[in-house]
Design a protein around this ligand. Structure first.
Ligand code: ADP
Length: 545
């Protein structure tokens, strides 16, 4: 009796592995991993089912015949398992794989001869043919490819993280347990296996893989519980006819099995459709969410654009207003003075004031012209070679009288120890920039310190002019716009010097940029002083060419 029960184990193993392989394949027929696993499983199934029939065979002749069928599957197990390992660990298929298939075919031909297996060996409960010369070679081949398989999966497992690593762990475990089934080779060498554990391990392997599929979506599979339960039920039902004592009972149980198969088919189909519907609903929900998100983004962008437009139109109005004032102020005083003249009451002093106002108006118009020329890139620079230190020292001379009036202010110039390289610039314009920044620092610093620096930036082949003061400073929000367009002035600066215009800094920036340089300001905030930087390249772009 025990031999009957024992021989049923390969049957159960064969059916369950085949069932699992089929499920995996049908879930995604196009995935290489699923295909290669199915390939390996077909070989394992042939081995197990043919073994089952071999155990049932009453005559030696048939047992040997079925064992040769067994070997059709067994011979291809190493290379197909190796192949599956390659796809699972995302490796390329190489010559080793092709060699494996080639050798397998060779062994297949050899296994049809008596030089591979011959004669039956009957042990305590089962039978097996006896190994001959080529079988020994085949075993070496077997161990080699299976070891490579484990090596590949192991290396892959080291490399990946998260769920992929867990999946790899389960594949390692399942195949490790499956590898124990190679003890089924023992009887070929005359060793009795008292208990059919080599066949039991195949069932264990299927259970582990099924668990990993259920819990960790191995092979990217999601719904499979129904299939697994149906499969388990089918296995039980398919065994029944074999263990029934009478013919009619066997027929009955077989009929039950067939009925069950039909029922199982529709059950699985229904679950699949349901799962598909659920996937579709999920997909639509995801799409809808994405759409909603992008709609929200659009609304936000639209709001931002509207605010920006409002800000710009406000700025434009402000600009026009400032520009009108800018030109009107000197013109108004000019007209006032001319009126006085017309009434006849004018002296030399008034005449000189009139002249000053006219000059101021001309200067403002020139500034306006300069700005539009720089903005349109049409300004002409009269470049000459100059030693910037000299230019700076000359510029400072202008400020002597102003400095004398500010005894509370310390004024310091730091030139670099080494002489700077000569540089080609529009001397008049750059002097304007220097003068403007120094004037600003003095104007915005009532007491404390104003320091000038002139040095080379080594890593950039450029010269840096720096004006550092301890004056009113610039709050963060003002830093972003000051000097960026005409008439922009800070709140504190307006209080300190109501006559300021917000032109100098902007024009300076345009001049520096026209020289291929950069002008920017830094400040820790209100009351904390500011530093203005001018970086000028030693070799300008057009000279490089
Ligand atoms: P103005 O000095 O006529 O106002 P500028 O274009 O030279 O015009 O400067 C623009 C603004 O930049 C000033 O109104 C002031 O707010 C700010 N600013 C310039 N230099 C300094 C400085 N050294 N410290 C603080 N704020 C400064």
């Amino acid at each position: 009796m025990s031999s009957i029960v024992y021989s049923l184990i390969p049957l159960i193993g064969g059916i369950s592995t085949f069932w699992l392989g089929l499920l995996v394949l049908l879930k995604n027929r196009k995935a290489k991993v699923n295909q290669t696993l199915f390939g390996a499983i077909i070989c394992i199934t042939v081995w197990l089912l043919a073994t089952f029939v071999m155990f049932l065979s009453k005559e030696d002749y048939w047992a040997i015949f079925w064992d040769r069928v067994v070997y059709i599957g067994v011979i291809f197990i190493p290379v197909t398992v190796y192949h599956f390992g390659l796809s699972f660990s995302k490796r390329k298929e190489g010559n080793l794989l092709y060699l494996g298939y080639f050798l397998s075919f060779l062994f297949l031909i050899l296994s049809r001869t008596d030089y591979f297996i011959a004669d039956l060996y009957k042990y305590s409960w089962g039978v097996h043919t006896q190994a001959r010369f080529f079988h020994h070679l085949f075993l070496i081949f077997f161990v080699f490819y299976i070891s490579l398989f484990f090596l590949n999966i192991y290396q892959y497992q080291r490399k990946v993280r998260g769920i992929e690593r867990t999946q790899a762990n389960y594949v390692l475990l399942a195949f490790f347990i499956l590898a124990i089934s190679s003890f089924a080779f023992l009887p070929a060498y005359g060793i009795d296996i008292k208990f059919p554990f080599p066949y039991l391990t195949t069932i264990l392997c299927v259970l582990i893989l099924a668990f990993a599929i259920l819990k960790y979506h191995l092979f990217e599979i999601r719904v499979i519980l129904t299939e697994i339960l149906v499969g388990a039920m089918g296995v039980v039902l398919v065994i029944l006819p074999f263990v029934m004592p009478t013919g009619s009972l066997r027929a009955l149980t077989l009929a039950v099995f067939l009925l069950f198969s039909v029922f199982a088919y529709y059950l699985i189909k229904a679950t699949h459709e349901e799962a598909k519907r659920r996937d579709e609903a999920e997909r639509i929900a995801i799409q809808e969410r994405a759409l909603r998100e992008s709609a929200e983004k659009l609304v936000k962008r639209e709001r931002k654009l509207r605010l920006e437009t409002e800000r710009l139109s406000g700025a434009r109005n402000q600009f026009l207003l400032s520009a009108q004032h800018y030109f009107r102020t000197p013109l108004t005083s000019l007209i006032g003075l001319l009126e006085l003249m017309m009434t006849g009451s004018f002296g030399k002093e008034k005449l000189s004031q009139t002249f000053q106002s006219a000059l101021e108006l001309r200067k403002r118009i020139e500034e306006g012209l300069d700005i539009s020329q720089f903005q349109s890139g049409k300004a002409i620079l009269n470049k000459e070679e100059v030693q910037l230190e000299d230019l700076l020292l000359k510029t400072i001379e202008e400020f002597r009288p102003q400095l004398e009036q500010k005894p509370n202010l310390s004024f310091k110039i730091n030139l670099s120890k080494e002489k700077l390289a000569k540089i080609k610039v529009d001397i008049k314009r750059i002097r304007e920039v220097f003068s403007n920044l120094i004037d600003n620092a003095l104007k915005h610093t009532l007491k404390g310190k104003v320091e000038l620096f002139l040095e080379k930036i080594k890593e950039k082949n450029s010269i840096l002019f720096k004006v550092k003061d301890t004056g009113i400073g610039i709050p963060k929000e003002e830093l972003s716009y000051i000097g960026q367009s005409p008439f922009e002035r800070g709140k504190e600066a307006k209080k300190l010097s109501p006559m300021g215009k917000g032109i100098g800094l902007y024009l300076s920036r345009l001049i520096v940029e026209a020289h291929g340089g950069k002008l920017w300001a830094e400040s820790e905030g209100e009351g904390k002083g500011s530093t203005f930087y001018v970086e000028l390249p030693i070799e300008s772009e057009d000279e490089k060419k």
